[in-house]
Design a protein. Structure first.
Length: 227
């Protein structure tokens, strides 16, 4: 009798998380998977915002970020935003594979080390998991790139970035990270779920470069587009 639930799980098809149809693409049906807000290939190679021709955008030319490149599979928009919220706030960890493998399809640079965006201990206890770490585990397994989950710590957690105007986010994360590892000569990929202004990635990149990193890349699931 104890095997019945497992048997039913294998016999009945998985339902799409968005439309409840039959899932064929890692928890989504084919139509919903194709309807996700995939980013165009023509993006600024540094900040990942759409740019005709894929050249470095004017903002990155005027004020170059400390990270060398960033990439994202999606725009942070419906229905992808709903999936990330299910993953991040409802603890649907099964979505980590879907999100991480979409991210992998857009990577062009090769890294020596993967570091997930750190959370403070308080935020980690509250959420129960680090969403960036779960994504990083999938990427590390698929690519064979070493994962260093404890190389950096987040030592200060101000107001959640999502609650702040874009203009205040850089100041909010200043001094938020400490990197304990020796990263001399390493090309480091930082993994996170959403990049909005790039302020958090930029601050972490500053610390990674101080720890000896040769270059820092941002590998993100989604990029918030200016409105």
């Amino acid at each position: 009798m104890n095997s019945c639930p497992n048997l039913i799980q294998h016999v009945l098809p998985e339902a799409c998380l968005l439309c409840a149809g039959i899932a064929t693409e890692r928890s989504l049906c084919s139509a919903c998977y194709q309807s996700l807000p995939w980013l165009s290939a023509e993006r600024c190679p540094q900040c990942a915002l759409p740019v005709p021709g894929g050249a470095i955008c004017g903002a990155c030319r005027r004020d170059a970020p400390r990270y060398a490149r960033s990439s994202a599979a999606f725009a942070y928009a419906w229905p992808l935003a709903a999936l990330i919220q299910q993953y991040k706030y409802a603890g649907n960890l099964a979505l980590a594979t879907l999100l991480a493998e979409a991210m992998l399809d857009r990577l062009v640079e090769r890294a020596d080390l993967i570091i997930p965006m750190p959370l403070t201990l308080a935020r980690l206890r509250s959420r129960g998991f680090n969403q960036a770490l779960e994504l990083a585990r999938v990427v590390s397994r698929r690519t064979g790139i070493a994962l260093a989950p404890h190389a950096c710590r987040r030592v200060r957690d101000g107001t959640p970035q999502a609650l702040l105007p874009w203009s205040e986010r850089a100041r909010n994360v200043r001094g938020a990270f400490v990197c304990d590892a020796n990263l001399a000569g390493k090309r480091v990929a930082v993994i996170d779920d959403v990049m909005t202004t790039g302020a958090t990635l930029n601050e972490l990149a500053r610390n990674l470069l101080r720890a000896g990193a040769l270059e820092v890349f941002g590998w993100m699931v989604a990029r918030t587009l200016p409105t």
